[in-house]
Design a protein around this ligand. Sequence first.
Ligand SMILES: Nc1ncnc2c1ncn2[C@@H]1O[C@H](COP(=O)(O)OP(=O)(O)O)[C@@H](O)[C@H]1O
Ligand SMILES: O=C(O)C1=C[C@@H](OP(=O)(O)O)[C@@H](O)[C@H](O)C1
Ligand SMILES: [Mg+2]
Length: 178
Amino acid sequence: MLNKEANPIFLVGMMGAGKSTVGRCLAERLGMDFVDLDEELERRCGVSIPFIFREEGEEGFRRRESALIEEFTRAKGLVVATGGGAVTQEKNRTLLKNAPIFTVHLKVSAEQCYRRTKNSDRPLLQCENPLEKITLLLESRNPLYGEVASLTVDTDGKASKRVAEELNQTLINLQVIK
Ligand SMILES: Nc1ncnc2c1ncn2[C@@H]1O[C@H](COP(=O)(O)OP(=O)(O)O)[C@@H](O)[C@H]1O
Ligand SMILES: O=C(O)C1=C[C@@H](OP(=O)(O)O)[C@@H](O)[C@H](O)C1
Ligand SMILES: [Mg+2]
């Protein structure tokens, strides 16, 4: 009950880190609602993320993503899964660091990221060498995830349920939630 009034918990991290999967599971455990920003964007626009990338480019997608981040940093009682590129925008990083929210970095290696995303339609990974692209993206993004997050959780070699359990316990220990 109390957690419905709590500041939102934001999950950041690379594609395939498990933000959407772990976030849903964590919210259930905490008795909080769950919002996945990509799903929310698709629901509101009535089209898929790949369609938005095709029609408006990455720039158009980022504008829409930023507007949602701004909106949901003001919410209460939510676990929020962001998209992996949210931290690439300075405006988003400022919000993720300074808004009354708790930000968690779900960390994943390039190899695991590749395995978890290889059959997906993520626009940035539709290229000749997705593993190389993932490696480059991780190099530039990992410092940014670290910059905005108050806590980092390694996900390699752990089932998503275990990541959610561990995170739940850590959030209780840190008294982020009751
Ligand atoms: N800890 C994990 N171990 C193994 N597979 C995982 C784990 N977390 C997520 N997955 C799987 O990887 C894929 C991507 O997960 P997803 O939650 O969509 O990641 P994100 O939202 O961070 O991109 C899904 O098929 C999901 O079931
Ligand atoms: O890393 C990125 O730039 C992106 C990650 C995706 O979300 P997930 O991290 O949930 O896959 C989605 O927002 C879009 O395809 C762009
Ligand atoms: Mg996701």
